[in-house]
Design a protein around this ligand. Structure first.
Ligand SMILES: NC(=O)c1ccc[n+]([C@@H]2O[C@H](COP(=O)([O-])OP(=O)(O)OC[C@H]3O[C@@H](n4cnc5c(N)ncnc54)[C@H](O)[C@@H]3O)[C@@H](O)[C@H]2O)c1
Length: 285
């Protein structure tokens, strides 16, 4: 049984100053872990770090304004962290950029695409490259969580750069999990966190959304059950609805339908009828 929040463990959380990352950091503090927070927002980072220091003591909190898109500071951070605290028992690659320029879309400026891929895709890769060698060497149980998105699975029109980056996080994390599974005696596992609609940052909480704390509680339970896909519902979208949407999306390829047929006018009625039926396969629960 894997465990995300382990007493006396070490949590390294990117994007940890806000939202889902901050909720994870608070949960880690409640569990009595040492915490390393990485976030480019220095002001929010200082506020969150002060709160955590009040819970676990100032010596047990380390902060860094490293940009996760940049490998060198992540490697330097890992060296500092490992020398001071040892290797992480929880590495949560959670920071993401939500850049959108112009109208947002296929012709978004290339700089936006590069930034989204730098942070959202190479961020988790950089986190893993920096910390995994020491985690493997420690030979201790440890968990890596990469934060993906339903947008990387069902690909709704609106922000193709973000969707494409999160699809890559899905592909990458599946490869990571398999790689770890195949290593003899390896006690490190990888998991893909797929939040639903979650109120984050300083946004006002709206009906239908989950709070970041709900996402983290759901994640904690899923990891304890050794779940890889941590598909979070919210108060608007049930797990069953998510599974049907994901199934429909996969069946576009199998049935050779047009791309993103869910949003194609010719498939409107068929999609609605499909959503009204039971999922045609065993859902794994
Ligand atoms: N909120 C949602 O509804 C939702 C849904 C699906 C997925 N997600 C994912 O959840 C994760 C957390 O998002 P959130 O909603 O809590 O957002 P948030 O804005 O509250 O937190 C993200 C944090 O990441 C930090 N960050 C951004 N770029 C960074 C970088 N290059 N290096 C280091 N830190 C950086 C930001 O400063 C911010 O503090 C993201 O991966 C996001 O894509 C969120």
């Amino acid at each position: 049984m894997a465990e995300a929040f382990t007493q006396n463990g070490l949590a390294v959380i990117t994007g940890g100053a806000s939202g889902i990352g901050r909720a994870a950091a608070r949960q880690a503090a409640k569990a009595g872990m040492k915490i390393v927070l990485v976030d480019v927002n220095a002001a929010k980072l200082a506020l969150t770090a002060a709160e955590l220091a009040g819970m676990v003591g100032v010596d047990n909190v380390l902060i860094s304004t490293a940009d996760v898109a940049d490998p060198a500071p992540m490697v330097a951070l890992a060296q500092t962290v490992i020398a001071r605290f040892g290797s992480p028992t929880l590495l949560m690659n959670n920071a993401a950029a939500f850049v959108s320029g112009g109208a947002g879309g296929i012709l978004d400026p290339i700089e936006n695409w590069q930034r989204l891929f730098g942070v959202n895709v190479l961020g988790p890769v950089n986190g893993v490259q920096a910390f995994l060698p020491a985690m493997l060497e420690a030979g201790m149980p440890a968990v890596i969580v990469n934060t993906g998105s339903k947008q990387g699975l069902t690909n709704p029109p609106g922000n193709p750069a973000y969707n494409t980056s999160k699809a890559a996080v899905n592909a990458y994390t599946q490869n990571l999990a398999r790689d770890l599974r195949e290593r003899p005696g390896c006690r490190v596992t990888a998991h893909l966190l797929i939040p639903g609609w979650t109120t984050t940052g300083e946004a006002e909480h709206r009906q239908g959304a989950w709070l970041p704390e709900q996402v983290i509680a759901f994640m904690d339970e899923a990891i304890a059950r050794d779940g890889f896909f941590i598909l979070c519902p919210d108060d608007e979208t049930s797990t069953t609805t998510d599974r049907k949407r994901i199934y429909w999306n996969a069946m576009d390829i199998v049935q050779n339908r047009p791309a993103l047929s869910r949003w194609h006018p010719d498939y409107k009625d068929e999609f609605a009828a499909f959503m009204a039926r039971d999922l045609p396969i065993d859902d794994g629960d």
